[in-house]
Design a protein. Structure first.
Length: 127
């Protein structure tokens, strides 16, 4: 696989994959139809939380392949995860799913950022 195709695949994953769920929204499984018939609203996935999770997982995978890509993705996942959690707490996640995805993105992104800052500090102090 050509390494220059990784950012294009990431963009494809961020743009096309979340909208694919909207295509299949007309055909609901029997369990979901029973839930909507009972009056309980169907919960949809929070797009920002999903994007943060995808960025975090892609950043961890690219850590071994293209480290410069993970340098951009992991802090972005950290920030998007924090925004997703804050937005979910403000709105209460009543009609949205994705709090766990945002939490995973914050944990992975935060650990990466802390390790990077620690390694950078140690490298500066060693000179």
């Amino acid at each position: 696989m050509k390494l220059y195709l990784i950012p294009l695949l990431l963009l494809f994953q961020l743009i096309i994959v979340p909208s694919a769920g909207a295509i299949n929204s007309k055909s609901k499984p029997a369990e979901t139809q029973a839930d909507t018939l009972s009056g309980e609203p169907e919960k949809k996935m929070d797009a920002l939380s999903l994007t943060a999770y995808i960025s975090a997982v892609t950043g961890v995978a690219s850590l071994f392949l293209v480290p410069a890509l993970s340098l951009a993705l992991m802090p972005a996942a950290f920030v998007m995860g924090i925004i997703g959690i804050a937005r979910g707490k403000r709105k209460g996640y009543k009609n949205k799913k994705g709090w766990g995805l945002a939490l995973v993105a914050v944990v992975l992104g935060g650990a990466y950022v802390l390790l990077f800052i620690g390694a950078f500090t140690i490298a500066l102090l060693s000179f």
